[in-house]
Design a protein. Structure first.
Length: 303
C-alpha cells in the first residue's frame, strides 16, 4: 500500500496539475489546424482511456461507487473536461492565451466561493478581498476588449473564457467529494471514461469529412502529449492533492494556471503583454497573497 501523502506532497501535486493545465490550454489550439474539435476531443479521451485501462480496476477493499458518486463523475466529466475543453479552446483561439490567463486568474476566488456553497468550507475574512481583486481584473479586461482595436474581431473570446472559468472551478470543488473515498487514479479513469462516452458520437460524425492522412507525424505526437497531460496527469495530480487538502486551500494553486498559460502565449504564441494584462495579473497575485496568508492557510509545508 502506498504511504499517505503529506501536505507538502499534496501541494506539489496541485501545483504540477495547474502548471500542466496552463501549458495545454495555451498550446492545444494549435492542434485545431489538423484536428476538428470533435475529433480532437474524442481522440484525446480515447488515447487517455487506453493509457489508463489498468486504473479502472477498483483497488482491493475499496468501496463501490454509489449512484450519487456516478452522477458526480458524470458532472465532472461534462463540465470539468468536455465543456471546459470546448470553451477554453475556442476562447483561446478567439481571445489569445494572455486573455485566457488573465481570466483564469480569478480561479482561486471562484473555487473558494464554490467550496463554501457546495462543501460548507467556510471562507476566511480575506476571501472578500480576493474576490474583489479577481473581479476587478476581469472587469478591466472586459473594458479593454470592448474599447480596444480588436474588440470587434473576437467578441466571444471573453464570454467563452468566463464559461471555462466556471467549469474549471466546479471541477476543482466537486472532486473533493470523491477524493476522500476513492483512489485518485480510479477517479481519473472514471471521469475520462464518461468524457469518451460524451464525445465519441460527435467525433464519429465528424470523421468522414476529416482528412486524417494529411495529418503530419508531429501533430499526432502533439495529440498524444495533449491526451497525456490533459486527461491523465493533470486530473490525477489534482485529485491526488485534493485528497489531502481542503478544496478552498487547493484553489489557491489555481493561480498557477494563468501564469503558465501566459508564459506559453509569450514564448510560443508570439503574443505581447500590455499594461492591462500586467495590471490584471497584479490584481490576481494580490488576491493570491491575501488568500495565502497564514490565517488562510490551514496546513504547514514541512521541510
Amino acid at each position: 500500500m502506498n504511504p499517505p501523502l503529506s501536505p507538502r506532497g499534496a501541494a506539489f501535486s496541485l501545483a504540477g496539475s495547474m502548471l500542466l493545465v496552463g501549458v495545454y490550454v495555451s498550446a492545444a489550439p494549435l492542434l485545431l489546424a489538423w484536428f476538428p474539435l470533435a475529433v480532437l476531443a474524442s481522440l484525446r479521451f480515447l488515447l487517455a482511456g487506453l493509457l489508463m485501462l489498468p486504473w479502472l480496476r477498483r483497488p482491493a477493499g475499496a468501496p463501490a461507487l454509489s449512484a450519487s458518486e456516478h452522477r458526480l463523475l458524470f458532472v465532472q466529466a461534462l463540465f470539468g473536461n468536455v465543456l471546459f475543453t470546448v470553451l477554453m479552446l475556442e476562447g483561446v483561439a478567439r481571445g489569445g492565451a494572455l486573455l485566457a490567463g488573465s481570466v483564469m486568474a480569478a480561479l482561486p476566488a471562484a473555487v473558494a466561493l464554490l467550496a463554501w456553497a457546495l462543501l460548507g468550507e467556510k471562507p476566511g475574512p480575506r476571501l472578500g478581498g480576493a474576490v474583489a481583486l479577481g473581479g476587478a481584473g476581469i472587469a478591466l479586461l472586459a473594458w479593454l476588449r470592448h474599447a480596444g482595436p480588436s474588440a470587434a474581431a473576437d467578441p466571444w473570446g471573453l464570454p467563452l473564457l468566463l464559461g471555462a472559468l466556471g467549469c474549471e472551478a466546479l471541477q476543482a470543488v466537486l472532486g473533493k467529494r470523491l477524493s476522500g473515498r476513492h483512489a485518485p487514479r480510479f477517479i481519473t479513469a472514471g471521469i475520462n471514461l464518461w468524457c469518451l462516452v460524451l464525445c465519441l458520437p460527435l467525433g464519429l460524425a465528424a470523421l468522414p469529412a476529416w482528412p486524417a492522412a494529411a495529418v503530419p507525424a508531429g501533430a499526432w505526437a502533439g495529440l498524444l502529449a495533449y491526451a497525456l497531460m490533459a486527461s491523465v496527469l493533470a486530473v490525477w495530480l489534482w485529485m491526488r492533492g485534493l485528497s489531502v487538502l481542503p478544496a478552498s486551500t487547493a484553489g489557491l494553486f489555481t493561480v498557477l494556471l494563468p501564469l503558465s498559460a501566459a508564459a506559453v502565449g509569450l514564448l510560443v504564441g508570439g503574443e505581447r503583454a500590455g499594461p492591462g494584462h500586467a495590471l490584471a495579473y497584479a490584481l490576481a497575485l494580490g488576491g493570491l497573497l491575501l488568500g495565502a496568508m497564514p490565517g488562510r492557510m490551514r496546513f504547514r509545508l514541512r521541510a
